[in-house]
Design a protein around this ligand. Structure first.
Ligand code: SIN
Length: 323
């Protein structure tokens, strides 16, 4: 039986501060240290049921600025804590804006053997710590309840009383406190008065990748960009991304957020096929917030994203190119 719960802080609105308590948008994210955030949550001690709480600040960023170096550091810290026999679970406090990307990235790079035995739970807030009614403290308490639940496994996201899988979770609202959902599948579980009511099984599909975590920090991340199809789209953007430019690494991959079922404006599609012929890997996702690209019988010239949203398809492609 483990004796510790580790919380890794990365910043976000949950650690944000505004000048006025009534200001829920004009705040600065990533201002309050994770230790002090946790100290202010009085019921946390009871929620831990005798376990020690270890807080570690891995980063202090607005998650719109999330980047590879923080991801590499976070993956290493998660792996180290998850393999510690004294640790029951690892939590991460994170900004909501790119939380789904970090969750998916961690699920893909952390060894499945670690995630099969212990949960890694990301949580967040839509109101800053300085708000009149911040949502962060309750989200942290709910995340602890999930982390200590016997059924919890893999990478999970907890926000506004709902639990989501890393693969399906998506930020859907700009301002609402329940900003996330899991599309057609719905949440995996609900947290009610510190009790977790499971609606589905946490996905324990083993990560297909063998990633050398220490090497991630120094590895050159392949440049993969996202473009979108829309009325009047042309091939100009894709051609300028593919054109050699000594100031940036060469383009290795492109994810296109297509219309509807991953369809593309004919001019954009022409440029994407040219890019593919030049060795750039192209993946077709959908810009729709719900559903996924459904393949027809005929093989498509541009492969689809296997149900991943454009931002997650980009992570999958980067990792594939690194492998
Ligand atoms: C962020 O993503 O860091 C800012 C926005 C938020 O956490 O809600």
């Amino acid at each position: 039986m483990g004796k510790k719960v580790v919380v890794l802080g990365t910043g976000g609105t949950i650690a944000g501060r505004a000048e006025r308590g009534s200001d829920n948008v004009g705040y600065k994210a990533g201002q309050v240290g994770v230790q002090s955030l946790l100290q202010d949550i009085a019921p946390l001690q009871d929620a831990l049921c005798g376990r020690a709480l270890v807080a570690e600040q891995v980063a202090q960023v607005d998650s719109k600025d999330m980047g590879f170096s923080v991801w590499a550091a976070l993956a290493q810290r998660c792996a180290q804590h998850l393999q510690d026999a004294e640790v029951d679970a690892v939590l991460i406090t994170h900004g909501t804006d790119t939380l789904e990307e970090t969750a998916y990235f961690l699920e893909q790079v952390l060894p499945a053997t670690l995630l099969q035995s212990k949960p890694l739970v990301l949580t967040c807030a839509m109101r800053p710590a300085s708000a009149l009614t911040p949502d962060g403290p309750q989200n942290v308490l709910d995340a602890v309840a999930v982390a200590l639940d016997d059924m919890a496994r893999g990478v999970l996201v907890v926000c506004a009383g709902a639990v989501h899988s890393a693969r399906l979770v998506q930020k859907c609202y700009t301002y609402r406190v329940d900003a996330f959902d899991s599309g057609d599948a719905g949440p995996l579980a609900l947290v009610e008065e510190a009790r977790v009511r499971w609606l589905g099984n946490p996905d324990l599909a083993p990560s297909p990748r063998m990633v050398d975590l220490p090497a991630l920090a120094n590895a050159p991340w392949p440049r993969v960009e996202i473009v979108m199809s829309y009325a009047g789209a042309s091939g100009a953007m894709v051609r300028s991304l593919v054109a050699p430019d000594v100031t940036v690494p060469p383009l290795r991959g492109l994810v296109v957020a297509g219309t509807g079922n991953g369809t593309l404006h004919v001019d954009l599609e022409t440029a994407l096929l040219e890019a593919q012929a030049h060795g750039v890997q192209v993946v077709r996702a959908s810009r729709c917030a719900r559903g996924q690209v459904v393949a027809g019988d005929a093989p498509a010239a541009l492969p689809h994203s296997q149900g991943l949203s454009p931002v997650k398809a980009r992570i999958a492609l980067m990792l594939e190119l690194m492998a």
